[in-house]
Design a binder for this molecule. Structure first.
Ligand code: DQA
Length: 155
């Protein structure tokens, strides 16, 4: 993967408490552990890894990703189930988006079955704990590579 690829990995509310928050669901690894995992998985691409508890800040970072990122991995956490504003922000992106969850929301409470992110995601990885992030990073970088190859072929 060329050095010029920049992958944004954005995390929504309460994920700062990973490791202590409902460990039976989300595990014992911290968000710092997840960040290290993403950086290892990125294979030389640079990773911008952030977490916020504020919807507007998440949206600002998505706008920033429009200018700076080659792809976006997002764990929207609770906002994924509630935020039309998040969907609207994501709709402004043309880069690949991969939705990522530690748990499998489809196997949990009904209110977690709706995702405002999935309609604009290239794909969703959920249910594998921190490994979901590793898979999501690999998938996002694969999509970037595929787009580059397709663009090269068309010139
Ligand atoms: C989560 C799943 C969401 O339903 C929940 O609100 C979260 C975390 C996950 O990673 O499994 O905060 O996105």
């Amino acid at each position: 993967m060329p050095e010029t690829s920049v992958l944004y990995v954005l995390n929504g509310p309460n994920l700062n408490l990973l490791g202590v928050r409902e460990p039976d669901i989300y595990g014992r690894e911290t968000l710092a552990d997840v960040q290290a995992l993403c950086e290892r998985a990125a294979d030389g691409a640079s990773v911008v890894f952030r977490q916020t508890n504020h919807e507007g800040e998440l949206i600002d970072w998505i706008h920033e990703a429009r200018e700076k990122a080659s792809a976006l991995v997002i764990n929207p956490a609770g906002y994924g189930h509630t935020s039309v504003a998040l969907l609207d922000a994501l709709k402004t992106l043309t880069i690949p988006i991969v939705e990522c969850h530690l748990s499998n929301p489809a196997a949990r409470e009904r209110f977690r079955h709706r995702s405002y992110v999935s309609p604009v995601a290239a794909g969703v990885v959920s249910g594998f704990g921190p490994f979901s992030y590793e898979l999501a990073v690999k998938a996002a970088l694969r999509l970037v590579q595929e787009r580059r190859t397709a663009a090269d072929r068309s010139v």
